[in-house]
Write a protein that binds this ligand. Structure first.
Ligand code: GAR
Length: 198
């Protein structure tokens, strides 16, 4: 049976586009919803152009009321009935209550070679540590931030003249290869990690 995929975004949505454009033909899944916590997220217009239903739930009016925000998220997701939720540049931290409800069904892409550099400023932190390589990871989402079983990683070499900007620019196309490759396997029930090298 074709799997239903909801994609959660906060920004430009380039990973969302890569996922959606791959979900065609013999792909075992189809996008059913693109949901953003920011009504101004650029990715919402991109999703509409791809004819994917969109929805925005602005997190700001909820303030510190994470449970209230997640209730709204939960309602939207229950209507869309996804089998899989892909976080794609979704910059809100989800509570353990939420991750427990969707356990085993939520994937995230993170711009580091996890378990290194959970959280923010990952490119800068890889440079400051003097690392010779950097990369991105797709993992299953659990209650811990940027934790959970790793389902794929893509690696790039760090060059002596790299900056956070050049690393971002070289890594993003790798994210766009990695996430669709992982989702394709995951939707088919295959959790064998995907490994890519630039
Ligand atoms: C991507 O680089 C993704 O890895 C990162 O945000 C960017 C979103 O870009 N995600 C995180 O940092 C999550 N902690 P996009 O909106 O163009 O896909």
């Amino acid at each position: 049976m074709t799997k239903r995929v909801a994609i959660l975004i906060s920004g430009g949505g380039s990973n969302m586009v890569a996922l959606a454009e791959d979900m065609r033909g013999d792909h075992p899944a189809r996008p059913v919803l693109v949901l953003s916590n920011d009504p101004a997220a650029g990715g919402l217009a991109k999703a509409r152009r791809l004819h994917i239903p969109t929805h925005a739930i602005d997190h700001k009016p909820y303030g510190k009321d994470r449970a209230g925000f997640e209730d709204a998220l939960q309602n939207a997701l229950e209507l869309a009935k996804p089998d899989i939720i892909c976080l794609a540049g979704f910059m809100r931290i989800l509570t353990p209550d939420f991750t427990a409800k969707w356990a085993g069904r939520v994937l995230n892409i993170h711009p580091s070679l996890l378990p290194k550099y959970k959280g923010l400023r990952t490119h800068q932190r890889a440079l400051e540590a003097g690392d010779s390589e950097h990369g991105c990871s797709v993992h299953e989402v659990t209650a811990e931030l940027d934790d959970g079983p790793i389902l794929g990683q893509a690696r790039i070499a760090i060059r002596p003249d790299d900056t956070a900007e050049t690393l971002t620019a070289r890594l993003l196309p790798m994210e766009h290869q990695l996430y669709p490759a992982v989702l394709r396997r995951f939707a088919a029930g295959d959790r064998t990690p995907v490994t890519l090298q630039a």
